[in-house]
Design a protein around this ligand. Structure first.
Ligand SMILES: [Zn+2]
Length: 282
């Protein structure tokens, strides 16, 4: 049975409290929305700290973002939420926040798209970066549109992260997963870099989605090394080496998003490349 409006108001308050308590939002950042029925949304109000909301503060809007009831105005980022609901009819809830480590990846222009954690590969697949857009403008929904059909979570360049789900808590937990994944990736890179899962293992993990009833919006791209970010509209780019040796030969694509040709490698990646080249000469 679908939750009642009063239940959903309480859930939005609770999710806001958790976002703030975990440091995923500061001050009045972030916003949350959930479908009330086929034509109405419950949306967090603008200019309110998400850690200190109450049930009565929420705004009810239609699917064009027009206010139906509520004393306050809806979040200024509502256009981004509306775009998600337009593109993904099955999605019931959207969460936007600025979790610091995931946002640091978004600021550095580094997508979370390496095959590192089995659970992340199985559930989210990859976490791409939607191009930078000025917050609260129509540019932001345009940037999100490119990735939202194939992904339940994405980074927003120089801004934060966005997650969606078939209920409010599943959207919220994906935000936790992204920040946790970012945290682990960050530390693994400090320790010398991630050892990636193989392509075969990624395929096996994808096979588990059906078994565990995980409704991923799109499959993992068959050959992600060949696919570009532009093609990831209908599949999830997950970087994994074809050999099972735990290679780390993934070019750092930190600068590709800015459109230049520079490729950055870690010291180990560079050493491995040189060793490979020397082996091939023999
Ligand atoms: Zn934001």
């Amino acid at each position: 049975m679908a939750p009642s409006e009063s239940q959903l108001r309480g859930d939005v308050v609770e999710v806001g409290r958790r976002l703030y308590a975990r440091g995923y939002t500061a001050s009045n950042d972030g916003n949350i929305s959930v479908r009330l029925d086929s034509s109405r949304l419950l949306v967090t109000p603008a200019n309110v700290c998400k850690g200190f909301m109450n049930e009565a503060m929420m705004v009810v809007t239609d699917l064009d973002g027009q206010k139906i009831t509520g004393e306050r105005n809806a979040s200024s980022e509502i256009q981004m939420h509306l775009e998600v609901y337009r593109q993904r009819p099955e999605v019931q809830a959207v969460v936007h926040a600025h979790p610091p480590i995931a946002t640091a990846f978004a600021v550095a222009g580094i997508p979370l798209d390496r095959a590192v954690l089995a659970e992340v590969v199985t559930t989210l697949g990859s976490v791409p970066i939607a191009e930078y857009a000025t917050p609260s403008t129509k540019e932001l929904p345009d940037a999100v549109r490119k990735y939202v059909k194939a992904h339940d979570g994405m980074l927003l360049a120089n801004h934060g992260a966005l997650t969606l789900g078939t209920d409010l808590y599943s959207a919220y937990y994906k935000m936790e997963t992204i920040e946790h994944f970012a945290h682990i990736s960050f530390i693994a890179r400090l320790l010398g870099g991630e050892r990636l899962l193989s392509r075969d293992e990624v395929q096996r993990l994808q096979g588990l989605r059906g078994r565990y009833g995980i409704a991923a919006p799109a499959p993992i791209c068959a050959d992600p090394v060949e696919s570009s970010q532009a093609e990831s509209a209908d599949c999830q780019v997950v970087f994994a080496p074809s050999s099972p040796s735990g290679e780390r030969l993934v070019p750092e694509r930190a600068t590709s998003i800015r459109g230049d040709e520079e490729i950055r490698l870690t010291y180990r990646e560079l050493t491995a490349l040189i060793e490979d080249a020397v082996r091939n000469l023999k």
